[in-house]
Design a protein around this ligand. Structure first.
Ligand SMILES: O=P(O)(O)O[C@H]1O[C@H](CO)[C@@H](O)[C@H]1O
Ligand SMILES: O=c1cc[nH]c(=O)[nH]1
Length: 259
């Protein structure tokens, strides 16, 4: 971080401390920043650095920052860590995930916790440390999901580094390799898999932040069928509303919940 008497600037995301809000939503695809900005009042776009795009805007009187990290746990965790350093203590990842029964394509999946099958979280805590979502933020998300009347499931995620070696097969050889993992995923009853959730829950918890993850099931984990683009666009708008309402509500009620 660069630091002056009045402000700090994060190294990679390029944000100044006075450009971020009270909470952060982390998205993967940078194209989602302009789209989520339409759901915020008074959006301020931070000058982009390394393709990391950030907007801060107001929702229900709360300033919320949304940053896009791209794909994968290492860069997602750098973004979380830098925003934490700028003072943010509430984080929600929203994005897409592969879903497994009982969750089906198009369901929203809320992570109560995650299996840490990636590498980055091990730099924060040994594997015996659980990746668990913040309880109060999880409650706010459940309330928002119910209010928006969408199909959703809550449960445990699996987080993996190898997209084409552990999640989505392009060849018969990869399919044979991934089928073994899919069978483990079914046995454990995981409802969703992605590349960041368990990492962010671990890193957030170790740093001392409240962290949660809500995804949209865009790929069926058994058949590899993908969601249709029109359904994706409509569900993405719902995801923005659910997430922003939950984060704003959670910030409002936070003081009442502190022991
Ligand atoms: O839709 P986003 O949030 O980008 O997330 C998912 O899409 C990417 C590729 O699978 C990974 O980052 C994964 O977690
Ligand atoms: O298959 C998928 C879809 C979204 N996100 C993932 O990590 N995997």
């Amino acid at each position: 971080m660069t630091q002056t008497a009045t402000t700090r600037t994060a190294w990679y995301i390029g944000c100044r401390q006075d450009e971020v809000g009270e909470a952060a939503i982390l998205v993967g695809d940078r194209a989602r920043i302009d789209r989520i900005a339409e759901h915020l009042e008074d959006p301020h776009f931070v000058e982009e650095n390394r393709g990391l795009r950030t907007v801060t805007g107001t929702r229900a009187g709360k300033r919320i920052t949304v940053t896009a990290f791209g794909m994968g746990a290492p860069i997602a965790t750098i973004v979380l860590h830098e925003l934490f350093d700028l003072g943010i203590r509430t984080f929600l990842r929203i994005g897409t995930a592969m879903v497994f029964p009982p969750a089906v394509l198009g369901d929203f999946v809320l992570a109560d916790g995650g299996v840490r099958s990636e590498g980055t979280s091990r730099t924060y805590a040994p594997l015996a440390f659980p990746a668990v979502a913040d309880f109060d933020l999880g409650l706010a998300l459940r309330a928002s999901l119910k209010l928006h009347d969408v199909p959703w499931r809550a449960g445990i995620f699996g987080t993996y580094d190898g997209f084409y070696t552990e999640m989505f097969a392009l060849s018969e050889g990869e399919k044979r390799m991934i089928d073994g993992l899919r069978s483990d995923i079914r046995k454990m009853g995981l409802i969703g898999t992605d590349m960041e959730t368990a990492t962010l829950l671990t890193a957030g918890r170790i740093l001392g932040a409240r962290t949660a993850s809500l995804c949209l099931g865009t790929v069926d984990g058994l058949s590899q069928e993908k969601i249709e683009p029109a359904a994706m666009a409509a569900k993405e708008r719902q995801m923005f509303e659910i997430a922003l309402d939950a984060v704003a509500a959670s910030l409002s009620s936070q003081q009442d919940l502190v022991p």
